[in-house]
Design a protein around this ligand. Structure first.
Ligand code: NAI
Length: 345
């Protein structure tokens, strides 16, 4: 029996994790609390923790987990910017779910974009009130527009394929352009200058934090539509708000927000929102916010649970080698031992 403290558990997580975990003798201890320095004690008595995007897995938390005998941090997400990989190295193995449904995220980006550009959110509210006026609902054709895609990994490429289906002109920027992919790569500046729509699909790193800031927005076309289904920290939200107020940014579609950790995934409808910046953004007629929902399809939830359970089993029951292990040295073949020994350390 492997006991796993499952932090930030939501009702929609349990059916799939019970299905896959139960079959293999994994007992999940579902905790509503997010993992942080105040809640880390809930992991006592377990061998592993399972965490999501807004759990805080910093050096202090890792130290405590190590002290409690935790041997594995199993992320049930692709992104891992909330884990201090360097602090975990040599102590606790870290695994993630590199792909569960890139379609879910790419399709959500398109859903946001279509909703925004064709004013579906406005029309929906109007017709519910029997207001059948079309004033103010004018959109624009996707066909023939230039879309700039930042990050051409699994999600970015599916997004590109969908955009091509609309007859859009696709340009892209990636730190590591994919050779022979048929993707037309440009510099980040060229992408900012030429795009009618910009969609972000790269990870959050020290390098990409606030890649969309006041300077970047200044380079963009007037009326640009910005889509972010990746990580909130890619955008300086204050700069975005200023860009919207200055009528430079035509619309923003945000599934993620830098300060989302205390707000997203929770019902705050009976509360006064303390985040003035988020309140102001949400109040804008040309901003659509969804609450980190892009991953949320049945297919994705099943894949997340199945891969997480397999990751846990690989680490505990076999030789400990797991393809989905991560460390701060991964990618550096000279330094990381995973390719040679199957484990990062
Ligand atoms: P991926 O790893 O397949 O692709 C990421 C791409 O970004 C790679 O091609 C990489 O070369 C590129 N990249 C890395 N650093 C860059 C930089 N400095 N500038 C430009 N490009 C850079 O990842 P995938 O699966 O496509 O996911 C992309 C992001 O989507 C994840 O990092 C995650 O943050 C986010 N995500 C959001 C979800 C949601 O529910 N909103 C769900 C899943 C992922």
């Amino acid at each position: 029996m492997i006991r796993v403290a499952f932090f930030d558990a939501k009702a929609y997580d349990k059916p799939s994790f019970e299905l896959y975990g139960g079959e293999h003798g994994i007992r999940f201890k579902y905790l509503e609390a997010k993992l942080n320095e105040d809640t880390v004690d809930f992991a006592k008595g377990c061998e592993a923790v399972c965490v999501f995007v807004n759990d805080t897995v910093n050096a202090a938390v890792i130290e405590k987990l190590y002290e409690y005998g935790i041997r594995l941090i199993a992320l049930r997400s692709a992104g891992y910017n909330n884990v201090d990989l360097q602090a975990a190295f040599g102590k606790i193995h870290v695994v993630h779910v590199p792909a569960y449904s890139p379609y879910a995220v790419a399709e959500h980006a398109i859903a946001l974009l279509l909703t925004s550009v064709r004013r579906i959110h406005k029309a929906y509210n109007r017709t519910r009130e029997f207001n059948f006026s079309l004033n103010g609902l004018t959109g624009f054709d996707f066909h023939g527009k230039t879309v700039g895609v930042v990050g051409t990994g699994k999600i970015g490429r599916i997004f590109i394929d969908i955009c091509r289906g609309f007859g859009m002109n696709v340009i892209a920027y990636d730190l590591f352009p994919a050779r022979d992919s048929g993707i037309h790569y440009v510099s980040l500046d060229e992408l900012l200058e030429q795009s009618d729509i910009i969609s972000l699909h790269c990870p959050l790193t020290d390098e990409t934090r606030h890649m969309i800031d006041a300077g970047a927005i200044a380079k963009m076309k007037k009326g640009v539509v910005i889509v972010n289904t990746s990580r909130g920290g890619l955008i300086d939200a204050e700069a975005l708000l200023e860009g919207i107020k200055a009528r430079k940014v035509g619309a923003a579609c945000l599934d993620v927000y830098e300060e989302e950790a205390d707000v997203f995934f929770e019902d705050r409808s009976g509360h006064i929102l303390n985040d003035d910046l988020l309140s102001r953004l949400i109040s804008m007629p040309n901003v659509i916010v969804t609450s980190h929902q892009a991953f949320l399809t049945e297919e994705a939830l099943n894949n997340i649970a199945e891969t997480t359970v397999n990751n846990i089993l690989s680490c505990f029951e076999k030789d400990g080698a797991c393809d989905n292990e991560l460390c701060y040295r991964c990618g550096n073949i000279e330094q990381c031992k995973k390719q040679r020994r199957g484990k990062c350390f």
